[in-house]
Design a protein around this ligand. Structure first.
Ligand code: MN
Length: 236
């Protein structure tokens, strides 16, 4: 019988040091936001759904990345293995400060601690192969360092509703309105809470607008969202 040995303090003894908890900076404080899970929304902008060859009647859906996929702003991200078609997807990220299950849309925004700019890095060639075979997306979406993020700006009133932009080496690639989202932030949280019990530390990438495209070594990516902040990283 396998038994965990407990010390008098109640602490569990581990066979090796637990890995560090992934965390993201917060504007205005030295305290960090500890990451629990990363949920992502697919096909949440109609024009992006079209550029991906999606059906106009198909609702958005969820997939996930491991928590340790997050990378802070300013990082040099090595071009990932096993792909020849790495793509950028700029997204508004909602960071939850509390959670729950079966949350009503009208109660959902109260769960939001703050917002950040994120990029859902994607091995597009592996995604296409997985779609064709009906296989999972993990290798296409949930790889190491696939979730670069800027600092979290604590929420203040209504969710951000301005422009979301991404440039590569100064050239515009993505430029859209957050108002074009098919599911807004409150609706996304309500939908997700029917599938998972949400909790503090959860990050939700809310989907990307049209204009996704390839990145190559040496590219400098700059992303920004009005009233949220910005994010810069390079591919090396
Ligand atoms: Mn995405």
């Amino acid at each position: 019988m396998l038994r965990r040995r407990r010390y008098p303090s109640g602490m569990v003894a581990y066979v090796f040091d637990p890995p560090p908890r992934p965390a993201i900076s917060i504007l205005g404080t030295d305290a960090m936001f500890p990451v629990r899970r990363i949920l992502c929304v697919g096909r949440n902008y109609a024009a992006h759904r079209r550029e991906m060859g999606g059906d106009d009647r198909e609702p958005p859906f969820f997939f996930s990345k491991p928590a340790d996929a997050v990378v802070g702003a300013g990082a040099a991200i090595p071009y990932p293995s096993a792909t020849a078609d790495l793509h950028h997807e700029v997204e508004l990220v909602a960071a939850l400060g509390s959670g729950g299950a079966d949350v009503a849309v009208e109660d959902a925004l109260a769960l939001v601690f703050g917002h950040a700019v994120g990029v859902d890095l994607t091995r597009r060639d592996l995604q296409g192969a997985a779609r064709a075979k009906g296989q999972p997306w993990d290798a296409a979406k949930g790889f190491d360092r696939s979730a670069p993020m800027g600092a979290i700006r604590p929420a203040q009133g209504a969710p951000p509703g301005g422009r979301i932009r991404l440039t590569v080496n100064g050239a515009a690639r993505q430029d859209a309105s957050l108002g074009d989202m098919i599911w807004n932030v409150g609706e996304i949280i309500a939908q997700a809470s029917r599938l998972w019990r949400l909790a503090a530390g959860d990050l939700i990438f809310t989907g990307t607008p049209e204009g996704v495209g390839p990145l190559v070594r040496g590219d400098r990516v700059e992303a920004a969202i009005d009233d949220v902040g910005d994010l810069t990283f390079t591919i090396t």
